[in-house]
Design a protein around this ligand. Structure first.
Ligand code: F6R
Length: 613
């Protein structure tokens, strides 16, 4: 949800900013802009569209400055056009800034500033903030940093900002609250970004700014950090574990395809040091100290959004079946406004790829105030959710750049499965034999997914048949029902085909009315306790001439006779089927989106990290 970058050092800032913005483009791609300080002059370039549109626009303009800031926007306040694009500049041209987040009281502030003679060009909340800083600076004669600090005490909402001024040309001021900001520490140079991806190729040493902290970066005097109440704090420098190659497409046409193919490796990384089937153990270091508390929990509440919420739904089956602890799964956005009953012996688990999702964060904070134990299942190392929770485990999927979540989802499932297994073992609610079988099944996942990916050509052929369908239905039962939801979400978000996911048996209570010879119905019909019931549901679809694409266990003959197409997955215990069945659905969405010439990695209207409500 908007990406911001900044640079101060001895190199030309412009190429660094542009490269950084390209890395952050997954956060928003409505417009892009940069501001550079050169010989005491401020040059601002901004353009509706992608980073590439910005670079074409800038083309022959002067871009030699060694201090600069940049922004890629996901529009909240105001249309995605040139005027609303960041950076936004004060009326007198002396201050310019980029912002990620929302200034909630912008309207009141704007009215007051208008009364004091300020004139606004854009519809954004961000422009109000830069005018407020200008107003304070002008009236108080304070430095830029002090004016920013005073202004931030007056705003409500979320912000990560980076500010520069031709009047203080050797400084960058940055601050954050509820939106992320990372500072890369080079040799006499500093990089700023919404996440570490633009920084990794220059330095691995970073400082994650905390909420309500202001960083003053001076070309000659280095980095100093203050709280918003003006107390100096020592910067905590961490080393990044990320590798640069993880951020490249590596020969694939799209990041999404690369990330689908990375799943065997990602799942393997999730297991590393945590699961050993041969020795018969599973153990998550990150939650070790909280295992007793989880095992004794009155109930587990899982909060998440989107695809991560689908992982939570699968986890409900895992925890209730293996650990016999009641689970409630909540949309973070609903939970936080519902006045829910949270008790001290509840364990709240937040699932989030980015670790920055605003609704999930707010729901967590509410649960914390009510005394619950908070755990995080997060992919992005060092992200806000990983820091506000009491404990948690990283999924170790590696950077996920494609906006549609793929490997982050399957590694979430793997982690939740490991958690349920270890808590079930601790509570004695899982038999030894079953425990061992499920460990074996888990450990076999990477090679089974490798096998499954070999069907990609066939899956592409099947996808081609349905690429022009206006609607699609996805069905599953038990722990495969959330995978039907996930399949439908993936199809709609990247190919813009309307799709619905349903529990297979619910179809007859309404959606069956939609079925005719033009309706593709994707169904998970693998061997397991619901198999025969699903076969009956499939018959109901066929009786109404629906087109059936079934995911079946290898060697299945019954469904093969009824369905139009079958996609086989390796024979497995039902426990791991949700993870395996996800892969063909990811590939179907991917191929259909490519055939429909959609922007697979950056679907319209979406952003990878949703840091606004
Ligand atoms: C869909 C997708 C989104 C995210 C959702 C939550 O492919 O990626 O639905 O799952 O925005 O994001 P995180 O997991 O970062 O909290």
């Amino acid at each position: 949800m908007c990406g911001i970058v900044g640079y101060i050092g001895n190199k030309k800032a412009y190429p660094i900013l542009i490269k950084g913005l390209s890395r952050l483009e997954y956060r928003g791609y409505d417009s892009a802009g940069v501001a550079l300080l050169e010989d005491g002059k401020l040059n601002v370039f901004k353009r509706q569209g992608k980073v590439l549109d910005l670079t074409n626009f800038v083309a022959d303009n002067p871009t030699n400055g060694t201090v600069g800031i940049g922004h890629t926007r996901w529009a909240t306040h105001g249309l995605p056009n040139d005027i609303n694009a960041h950076p936004h500049t004060s009326g007198d041209g002396s201050i310019t800034l980029v912002h990620n987040g929302i200034i909630e009281n912008y309207d009141i502030l704007k009215k007051e500033l208008i009364k004091r003679g300020h004139v606004f060009k854009s519809e954004t909340d961000t422009e109000v903030l830069v005018h407020l800083i200008e107003d304070i600076k002008e009236k108080s004669g304070a430095s830029l940093a002090e004016s920013v600090r005073i202004a931030l005490n007056e705003v409500h909402g979320a912000y990560a900002i980076v500010v520069i001024s031709p009047e203080e040309p050797n400084k960058i001021i940055a601050a954050k609250k509820s939106s992320p900001l990372v500072i890369g520490m080079g040799e006499d140079e500093y990089y700023l970004a919404s996440d570490a991806t633009p920084i990794i190729e220059y330095t691995k040493n970073v400082v994650y700014l905390e909420d309500e902290q202001i960083a003053i970066i001076d070309r000659y005097n280095g980095l100093r950090i203050f709280s918003i109440s003006n107390k100096e704090v020592s910067p905590y420098v961490q080393e990044l574990e990320m590798q640069l190659e993880e951020l490249e497409k590596g020969g694939y046409e799209h990041f999404m395809l690369k990330e689908i193919y990375e799943q065997p490796r990602a799942i393997h990384d999730s297991f590393r040091g945590r699961l050993n089937a041969k020795e018969g153990w599973v153990s998550l270091g990150g939650i070790k100290d909280y295992e007793d508390q989880i095992a004794k929990a009155n109930r587990i509440i899982i909060i998440a959004c989107g695809t991560s919420w689908h992982a939570a739904l699968v986890a409900e089956y895992y925890f209730e079946d293996l650990a016999r602890i009641p689970v409630e799964v909540e949309y973070a956005s609903e939970f936080r406004y519902r006045n829910p009953i949270i008790r001290k012996d509840d364990v709240v688990i937040a699932i989030s790829q980015s670790g920055e999702t605003a609704d999930t964060l707010a729901a967590l904070k509410m649960a914390k105030e009510q005394g619950a134990t908070l755990l995080g299942i997060v992919n992005v190392v060092g992200s806000t959710i990983s820091r506000v929770t009491d404990a948690g485990s990283y999924t170790h999927a590696g950077p996920e750049i494609g906006v549609a979540s793929t490997k982050a989802f399957t590694t979430q499932l793997v982690l939740l499965a490991m958690m349920a297994l270890s808590i079930g073992k601790k509570r004695g609610t899982i038999e030894d034999k079953k425990f061992q079988t499920l460990l074996d099944e888990m450990e076999a996942l990477p090679s089974k997914i490798e096998q499954l990916l070999k069907s990609d050509d066939y899956i592409r052929e099947v996808s081609a048949i349905y690429k022009d369908a206006p609607n699609a239905l996805y069905l599953g039962r038990g722990s495969s029902f959330p995978i039907a939801l996930e399949g439908a979400l993936k199809l709609k978000e990247i190919s813009y085909i309307h799709a619905e996911g349903y529990p297979a048996a619910e179809m007859k209570h309404g959606p069956i009315a939609l079925i005719d010879e033009n309706m593709p119905v994707f169904v998970i019909a693998t061997q397991g306790q619901n198999y025969e019931k699903v076969v009956s549901n499939i018959q109901e679809v066929k009786a109404r001439k629906g087109k059936l694409i079934a995911i079946v266990s290898k060697g299945d003959t019954t469904v093969r006779e009824i369905a139009d197409h079958v996609i086989e997955i390796p024979n497995s215990d039902e426990f791991v089927v949700p993870i395996l069945a996800t892969i063909p659905f990811q590939l179907i969405s991917y191929h259909i989106a490519v055939m429909r010439e959609c922007n697979v990695d950056q679907p319209r209207n979406l952003a990878k990290s949703v840091t606004v409500e």
